[in-house]
Structures are given as structure tokens and as C-alpha cells.
Design a protein around this ligand. Structure first.
Ligand SMILES: [Zn+2]
Length: 479
């Protein structure tokens, strides 16, 4: 890591985020050099510490712990915490109760969860927590070879992350300190990809940091139009990285791609190592639990629950990220024991509701579509809109005008009917593209059955039939 950046420039220029950065990085790096047993002990201490703090200073947890007859010292990192799950609705409804009373409002920083509603849920972090999260993200970047101060181009989609009229301070931070060039990608077409190409060749970044699907589109474009410069580091995040996508990206740029996982709520907490066998969840920053909810063709699917070990301002204990994952139980050749996720499958809550109360999870729909998508020649994208329990509206994009389009649409409808064990009334609509939302994400399933705040209206899945892509939740901008 460039010591000039981490030890001097960043802490001095942006103390809000980076004060004490050298010490924080030293602590994480020291942790990473420890033996497995020492790391587990440190994680245990950190878990006990946040549980004890939560019990002592957060009214909500005091009640929950007492009701469950749970004492903070009972929490063990090798077994599920016997406590209720914290949901986004809890954050919405119990904002005050969830704040630690050991912080003044001025010491907390407000952020908002990702979400598809127009009113994302707000939550707080203490300043130390924010700085530790930033340090952890820098450390995870370094696993991929991205060091603070390296030139980077971000292909980013989230509307709110890309300030329309950035202040001079922000521009100083982004462009001069972080050597970061942004390429807004809320909507992409050939013209925009050409602009990206020109920026890319002009700035010749060492690092490309992108939404998975945007990098796939960019790689496809460069494959057709050629590229001069080759980056040294590729990092994708926020959306599932399928094998075909990985192969395409790596063949075009000729470097391995690193997948990262994080969310606005808990920060960047997971990264692939250089063996690329799955996502390692960093035990210095979080304690994760996997709550089995069903099966997929790739094995059991689990709800991802995160206990945040860094945010003391508004502790998250057993927080339901809303994401569903498969596990990778093989030992990784890198030697890290850190919990390893094979795939992030997308939102648990996303899915189709049936009149009898049954739900077809979005995971199943997504997997089914991925498998079918490999054989499609005409249809490139779909989106299901549930109008009523009986009525599904299918939006689709035709990539190539091919006679098989009608047959492909029919097979999609009957596949969903058989998955749901329930024939829907279908309406079909051909669209030019399936737009990303303001958040930058595409949804596979949308429900009009509920108000936007209902639990089923949280979904964040996208599907690209050719690539078999399912997207997960939000991530913070690389910093
Ligand atoms: Zn590894």
C-alpha cells in the first residue's frame, strides 16, 4: 500500500474517514498474520465486546437479550447466537431504540440502507466504526493488488453515489487523492460504452472497479472494438459473477477478476483471495451466520446474517442482509479459514406470491432462468411483474430477431408455471431494455401486490439470460 497515501495524504486531507488509518491497517494486517486459533480468539473477544456494549447501552438489545435469557458472555463465534434476527423493518421502526446511548448525535454519522423504495432506511455509524470500515475496505482491495493511491476507473451505477455537481472537495478527494475516474453507468448503450473506452484509454487506470454487469458490457464492447491498455487489477461487486462473465472479462483484459461483497448497511466485508474459489468473510469486521432456507441446484441456500463487529453507534446483531448464499465448504488453498461463500444468489425476499400463501423464492426463479438462458438465442433479458396472485406480466428484451423468440417466451412462461405449480395468466411486453433503477440495479421480479415498503418489495435481483447473472445488494463506493 502506498505509505504516502495511507500514512499522510488520506488521514491529513480526509480525517473524517481516514484519521488513524496507519494504525487501523497495522491492526488488520497483524490480525491477518496470526494463526487460525489466535484469529478465532480475537474474533471471539470482538464479538463479546460488541454484545456487551449492546446490552449495556442499546435499549432494544437489552430487552431482546433479557427476553431470550441471553447474557453477552454467552455469545460464541462457533455457534448461532440464540437471539432474534434484526430486520430492515426493525431499523425502520425502532431507530431510536437501536442507537447506543453512549454516543452523542454529533459523534454519529447517518447513512441509508440500499433498497428499491424511494425512502431507504436510515441508520447510524459511530465515527470510529466508519473509519475502521474504510480501513478494512482498503485492506480487502489490497488482496486484489489495488493499493491506495493507484489510479482507478470506476464503472458505477448508483445514482446517489455519483454526485451530479461534485464539490471541489469531493473532486479533490476523488480525482487527485484517490486518482479515481468515474464512469456513471446507470444506463448504458453503445454510445456510452464508447465514451468509457475513450476515458479508459486516456487515463490508462491500473484498476478497474465495477458493477459486474457493467464490466461485462464494457468487456463485450472492447472485445468488438479492441483495446490498447491493460489494467493490472479488476474488481467487481454488487452483482453475481457467473462463470461465463468471469471468462469473458478475463479473456478481454487478460488479468484475473476479484469479486467483492458488501452492502451499505454493513460495509465491504468479503472478498475473493487469489485462488478465486469463493468469497471470504473477514472475521476482523464481522461474524456471519448462515441460516438454511432451502435448496438450489448448487446445494443448500442460506440467508446471510451479519453481526457487525465495527459499528458501535448502532450495533447490528444477526442482521438479515436480505441476501441468500450458497456455501463453499472446501478448504481454500490460501490457508484462510474465514467463512467462504460460493455464490451470492440475491434477495431472499424477492419472489412470486401465490394465492394460497406460498412463495416461489426469487432464488429459484433466478436459477431456473440462468439454466434456461444458456439455450436462448433471441431473448436476452426478462423481468417478471406480479400484478395479482393470478396475473404475471413478463417484460422481455429481444437481442436478435430470431424465429425462436415466441417459443422461448412460451418456455419461460411454462417453466414459471411449473415452478409455482400454478398456471398464471400471462401478459407479455417487448421492451427496448430493462432499465436499472435509481439505485443502479435491475430487478428480476417486481411485485405490485404490496406497498413499496412491504417485505416482498425489497428485492434486488437482476437477470441476464445469456450470462445467468443475478445481482445482490448494494455496496459502498470504493474509497
Ligand atoms: Zn482463499
Amino acid at each position: 500500500m502506498s505509505k504516502f497515501h495511507t500514512h499522510f495524504l488520506l488521514p491529513f486531507a480526509v480525517p473524517e474517514r481516514h484519521a488513524g488509518l496507519p494504525g487501523r491497517l497495522r491492526e488488520i494486517q497483524k490480525f491477518e498474520r496470526m494463526s487460525e486459533q489466535q484469529q478465532r480468539e480475537v474474533q471471539q473477544q470482538r464479538l463479546s465486546r460488541i454484545l456487551e456494549h449492546s446490552y449495556r447501552t442499546v435499549p432494544y438489545y437489552r430487552k431482546q437479550f433479557d427476553a431470550a435469557d441471553f447474557h453477552p458472555s454467552h455469545g460464541r463465534v462457533d455457534q448461532p447466537l440464540p437471539l432474534p434476527i434484526l430486520t430492515r423493518d426493525d431499523l425502520r421502526q425502532r431507530t431510536e431504540e437501536l442507537l447506543s446511548n453512549s454516543y452523542k448525535q454529533a459523534d454519529l454519522r447517518t447513512s441509508a440502507t440500499g433498497g428499491t423504495t424511494s425512502t431507504p432506511v436510515r441508520f447510524c455509524r459511530d465515527l470510529e466504526g466508519l473509519r475502521n470500515k474504510t480501513a478494512l475496505q482498503l485492506q480487502l482491495n489490497s488482496w486484489a493488488g489495488y493499493e491506495a493511491g493507484d489510479s482507478v476507473m470506476t464503472l458505477w451505477g448508483a445514482h446517489r453515489d455519483l454526485l451530479m455537481a461534485p464539490s471541489w472537495r469531493w473532486r479533490l478527494y476523488e480525482e487527485v487523492l484517490m486518482r479515481c475516474v468515474s464512469a456513471p453507468s446507470g444506463f448504458i448503450n453503445e454510445e456510452i460504452l464508447e465514451r468509457f473506452r475513450q476515458r479508459y484509454e486516456k487515463h490508462r487506470p491500473k484498476v478497474l472497479y465495477a458493477y459486474t454487469n457493467v464490466l461485462v458490457a464494457f468487456a463485450s464492447y472492447l472485445k468488438k472494438h479492441g483495446l490498447q491498455h491493460r489494467p493490472k487489477v479488476l474488481i467487481v461487486t454488487a452483482e453475481l459473477l457467473s462463470e461465463p462473465s468471469r471468462k469473458l472479462i478475463e479473456s478481454v483484459f487478460d488479468v484475473p477478476v476479484f469479486n467483492h461483497y458488501g452492502s451499505r448497511d454493513v460495509g465491504m466485508i468479503s472478498s475473493e483471495c487469489s485462488y478465486h474459489t469463493g468469497l471470504h468473510f473477514h472475521p476482523w469486521g464481522c461474524y456471519v451466520e448462515f441460516d438454511r432456507i432451502g435448496d438450489t441446484p448448487d446445494g443448500p441456500a442460506y440467508r446471510l446474517l451479519v453481526t457487525d463487529l465495527l459499528n458501535y453507534g448502532q450495533p447490528f446483531i444477526r442482521y438479515d442482509t436480505g441476501d441468500c448464499v450458497t456455501l463453499n465448504n472446501r478448504d481454500c488453498s490460501c490457508g484462510r479459514w474465514f467463512p467462504q461463500v460460493g455464490q451470492i444468489l440475491g434477495r431472499v425476499a424477492d419472489g412470486l406470491e401465490l394465492a394460497d400463501g406460498g412463495i416461489v423464492p426469487g432464488v429459484s426463479v433466478g436459477n431456473h432462468m440462468s439454466q434456461m438462458g444458456q439455450t436462448f438465442r433471441a431473448i436476452s433479458q426478462v423481468q417478471f411483474v406480479q400484478k395479482s396472485h393470478e396475473h404475471l406480466h413478463l417484460r422481455y428484451v429481444v437481442k436478435d430477431e430470431h424465429p425462436s423468440a415466441r417459443e422461448e417466451l412460451k418456455s419461460i412462461c411454462s417453466a414459471i408455471d411449473s415452478l409455482a405449480n400454478h398456471p398464471f395468466n400471462w401478459t407479455l411486453e417487448k421492451v427496448a431494455n430493462i432499465p436499472r433503477e435509481r439505485s443502479g440495479k435491475i430487478r428480476l421480479c417486481m411485485s405490485e401486490l404490496h406497498t413499496p415498503d412491504s417485505s416482498l418489495a425489497k428485492p434486488l435481483q437482476s437477470q441476464n439470460l445469456r450470462e445467468g447473472i443475478t445481482c445482490s445488494s448494494f455496496v459502498d463506493l470504493p474509497s
